[in-house]
Design a protein around this ligand. Sequence first.
Ligand code: ZN
Ligand code: ZN
Length: 148
Amino acid sequence: MREEAATAQATEAAVTLRRACLDCGKLGRWRSRCPQCEALRERAKVAARPDRKSYAETKRRREAVAAHRAEVGDWCPGVPELGRRAHPSASLQADHVVEVAAGGPEAGPLVVRCGPCNSARSANVRSPLSRTTTPPRTSNFPTDPVVS
Ligand SMILES: [Zn+2]
Ligand SMILES: [Zn+2]
């Protein structure tokens, strides 16, 4: 008896549990937004995270490294502004000349360095101490080939 009543109540609740979508106000049975608005928000979330590399970006980086190798070989140009000298390196990777974290565009020019040099530079760019009004010095160094 009691169970039956509970089931009936639950069914009724499910039917009446129609909510207005938080974004467009459409009524329906969803947690907070209609599927369309949910999809839109998901897309916006992805767009808000430009550091998430797209396939095209991954390919672009791989090509930048290949071009660098073809030109100068397994050679890391170092990070002159951090006192890191150029050195031989077999584990090269492409990174943005202007870090995305520092407001650089995802499709911006790339520079090829070894992993440790890239992270040293990223850490430097992200550190609040280095956030000055001067843009990162990149084009002045002959040891700093820029692949665009
Ligand atoms: Zn909606
Ligand atoms: Zn290096």
